[in-house]
Design a protein around this ligand. Structure first.
Ligand SMILES: *Cc1c(COP(=O)(O)O)cnc(C)c1O
Length: 444
């Protein structure tokens, strides 16, 4: 092993393209995000810890608002939600897309206007629907035939509920089988191919308490090309035209869902949001004009693309082990705070922070602390050859589908969330303590 001291890369030679725009190199190999040194966050709040750059979240909301000025932009809360996140999204002029009473109640309790919230989900519980009615959610996306009568029955005698229909347009797109939702043979939505979408529309139109405002689709996640959206849009407009022909009803809304892909590592492809907006708009105009229909109001539901790149996960190294040819670097978190590598084979580019490396980079596998051989956070990544217990590593692009999917596995407790903004750091969500875990366990 070499012990030569490697000079830190010159400023500008390191590729920080997947990091928040506010990221800057600091002395001794450090990095600052939102004006706060990451090593200091790790010191002050402990590890593992999730850092969220408020400015980056807001800037990404603004990018969507600017790209889609005439459309409704709904942030998909399942990517990550907290009261602060609700406030930022609201202040930046976005709506909200939720999939449970939990997300809905949190948002409304944090002051989000319920009429600007859409509730979707393939299996809504009685409590989800009760909560939606009680809070006055804007629209409910119907995902199965049995929901139609259930929702209609839950509405009071004088009430009316706006609904949409989740349609499967028959598009295969997305980064992994488990996140492709645009084709038949997966659990979401009602198929156009077998006519179940059309059948649901007819049944909804026959329910006086339901107001069908439009169609909804969500073809997958981590999609980096514009094309599948355009194909889906044409099919959705085609279905809207057939609904007009069959029922004499012109639906005013078309929700194209989310799934906009982001880069997790330098060089990864990402969806160009501005190009998506421009081409959706022109395709919508062309398709509607060909069908002799007025242009419906477009909605999009980005989740990952709003919050993913704004988050950085910090872990402390607990153990370093050479096994065969592999250098295993074990950290104090893992699959309980980030299940994405185990679920989808997601890849990340972690980096040492807090000190300058003193050895050449070598290939390492960053693993978690959990009792599963599949608890691998990042395989085959470059880390300084002298990484050792006590070092802190940072994983960029950790803002989406990590903490929101966190589990209680091994009872390590879920990490806190710290917002960084304009040189200040503040706790948004505190660490889950052993006391929290014990309190739920009330049996004898
Ligand atoms: C998950 C989901 C989204 C957001 O997906 P991203 O990949 O985070 O953009 C939007 N709409 C629906 C219906 C979803 O299920």
């Amino acid at each position: 092993m070499t012990t030569a001291v490697i000079p830190a890369p010159e400023s500008g030679t390191e590729d920080l393209s997947v990091w928040p725009a506010s990221t800057a190199r600091h002395v001794h190999g450090g990095l600052t995000v939102g004006g706060v040194e990451l090593a200091e966050v790790a010191e002050r709040f402990g590890t593992p810890v999730y850092v969220l750059d408020e400015g980056e979240v807001r800037e990404r909301c603004r990018t969507y608002r600017d790209a889609f000025p005439e459309a409704e932009v709904l942030y998909a809360a399942k990517a990550f939600l907290s009261r602060a996140m609700v406030r930022w999204v609201q202040e930046e002029g976005l709506g909200l897309d939720v999939c449970s009473a939990g997300e809905l109640e949190l948002a409304v309790a944090a002051g989000f206007p319920p009429e600007r919230i859409v509730l979707h989900g393939n299996a809504k519980s009685p409590y989800d629907l009760e909560s939606a009615m009680r809070l006055g959610v804007g629209r409910i996306v119907i995902d199965s035939p049995s929901e139609i009568a259930r929702i209609a029955a839950a509405i009071g005698p004088d009430g009316r509920q706006k609904v949409m229909v989740r349609v499967v347009p028959g598009i295969s797109a997305g980064g992994h089988d488990k996140i492709r939702t645009g084709t038949d043979g997966q659990k979401f939505g009602l198929s156009v191919t077998d006519g179940s979408a059309q059948h649901a529309v007819a049944r909804i139109l026959a329910q006086p308490r339901l107001e069908l405002t439009g169609l909804h689709c969500h073809i997958g996640s981590q999609i980096t090309e514009v094309k599948p959206y355009l194909t889906a849009l044409r099919r959705m407009v085609g279905l809207m035209a057939r609904i007009r022909d069959a029922h004499g009803r012109v639906l005013p809304e078309l929700d194209m869902g989310g799934g906009h892909g982001i880069a997790y590592r330098p060089g990864d492809a990402a969806l160009d949001v501005t190009a998506l907006a421009r081409r959706l708009r022109s395709e919508l105009a062309v398709s509607c004009s060909a069908a002799g229909m007025p242009v419906p109001r477009l909605a999009v539901e980005p989740g990952r693309a709003v919050v993913g790149p704004a988050g950085v996960a910090l872990y402390r190294i607990l153990a370093v082990k050479h096994t065969g040819d592999t250098l295993f670097v074990a950290v104090d978190g893992g699959m309980s705070d980030n299940p994405r590598p185990a679920l989808y084979g997601a890849r990340y580019a972690p980096r040492l922070i807090g000190r300058a490396p003193a050895a050449a980079p070598r290939t390492a596998t960053v693993v978690g602390r959990h009792c599963e051989a599949g608890d691998v956070l990042a395989a085959g990544v470059e880390l300084p050859g002298d990484v050792r217990p006590g070092d802190v590593i940072a994983v960029p692009v950790s803002g989406a589908y990590q903490l929101s999917m966190a589990s209680g596995y091994n009872m390590v407790g879920r990490p806190p969330v710290v917002a960084v903004h304009e040189g200040g750091a503040r706790l948004l969500v505190r660490r889950e303590t052993l006391e929290d875990l014990r309190r739920r366990d009330i049996g004898a």
